[in-house]
Design a protein. Structure first.
Length: 361
């Protein structure tokens, strides 16, 4: 298995259309790193550059210390699982999984052992003699993963492998991928997805891509608890973090912000005397809001409620494109149409420079 290092990597098309720039990233052996970001941010392009399917325009890619910019895909020691299963419809599961090894002229014993091992890991043993048309979508994706495993690559690349599955199959297959990683602790995997749940539950670290580069890299909880920008704060977590304008009125180990709507926010983010009077955006995740009769951060009329059983989502009408959202435990359908005050614990109140991405720390 392998370490990967990307240094100042960039991608342009036609010499003028810049897609990615200044990508610096170290991926350690045994990590499962997930690339996330909005549509068109370049996450699949970056994955294809690592695979060798897209040419690197600038910078260097190293695998185990060897520069591989000009190394053909087949010689990089990489296996890729695509969004579409790309199985040969006329071949059985066994033949699909063994095809690459036969092309590589491996011995029958090596091929049989590799297929048997992969089938056992992926629970495909009962289906080895079936054609793909006789399999469910989740089983077909497992075959595609198995086809990669038998090659014993240095690095596994997954390009949105679950996006073609329905919700129930996505959950089941996501769990299977997590279990597979547990069985292969030394395997290095890079996974592209637009699904936050996949990213948060599978990743050792998450790479958030935006504006042609990397917005932040960290563990799932680091990105959730200490986002370094408003973009990351709102991209990680569903529903997105609320951002409410205010002005710092007290500084120190605990900062007090006077909210534009009349409330007050206390934050455990430390500020200095020179920060008093500065405009900030107060960030509070919907699940960190609590209903209160006392001091509040936000007060508004509940426009819509969504009762999901374990939680209720409260949507407050703000007059803008982005509503304020609260997420309270239990069922609270009776709050619709009522004025509600919301507060949050200081450790759950984030402060951002208004109009800038820098996080107060």
């Amino acid at each position: 298995m392998a370490n990967l290092k990307l240094t100042d990597v960039g991608k342009t098309y036609g010499g003028t259309v810049e897609v990615l720039k200044n990508i610096d990233l170290d991926i350690r052996q045994g990590e499962l790193v997930v690339f996330v970001g909005p549509s068109g941010c370049g996450k699949s392009t970056l994955l294809r550059m690592i695979a060798g399917l897209e040419k690197i325009s600038s910078g260097t890619l190293e695998i185990d210390g060897q520069k591989v910019n000009d190394v053909p895909p087949a010689q990089r020691g990489i296996a890729m699982v695509f969004q579409s299963y790309a199985l040969y419809p006329h071949m059985t599961v066994r033949d699909n999984m063994s095809f690459a090894l036969k092309i590589a002229k491996k011995s029958k014993t090596e091929i049989d052992d590799a297929v048997a091992n992969a089938a056992r890991m992926l629970q495909l043993e009962p289906y080895l003699d079936r054609l793909p048309k006789a399999l469910s979508g989740g089983q077909r994706q497992r075959v595609a993963i198995g086809r990669s495993i038998v090659r014993d690559p240095k690095v596994y690349l997954f390009d949105e492998p679950l996006s073609n599955l329905d919700a129930a199959l996505r959950v089941a297959t996501r769990i299977e991928i997590a279990q597979l990683k547990e069985k292969m602790p030394d395997s290095t995997m890079i996974y592209v997805t637009h699904d936050q749940i996949e990213a948060m539950t599978l990743a050792s670290r998450i790479v958030v891509l935006a504006n042609k580069g990397i917005a932040q890299v960290g563990t799932p909880l680091e990105l959730y608890q200490t986002p370094n920008s408003e973009f990351v704060a709102q991209f990680i977590g569903s529903p997105a973090m609320n951002l409410l304008p205010g002005e710092i009125v007290e500084t120190g180990a605990e900062t007090v912000v006077k909210m534009e709507g009349g409330g007050t926010a206390a934050s455990s983010v430390a500020t200095e005397a020179g920060d008093q009077g500065k405009r900030v955006n107060v960030g509070v995740r919907p699940e960190d809001f609590e209903e209160t009769d006392g001091d509040y951060i936000y007060e508004g009329k509940v426009d819509i409620t969504e009762a999901l059983g374990e939680v209720t989502l409260l949507y407050f009408e703000t007059g803008s494109d982005q509503p304020v959202i609260g997420k309270l435990p239990g069922v609270h359908a009776e709050l619709r149409g009522r004025s509600v005050k919301l507060s949050a614990a200081p450790q759950n109140v984030h402060l951002f420079h208004e109009g800038r991405s820098m996080l107060y720390r």
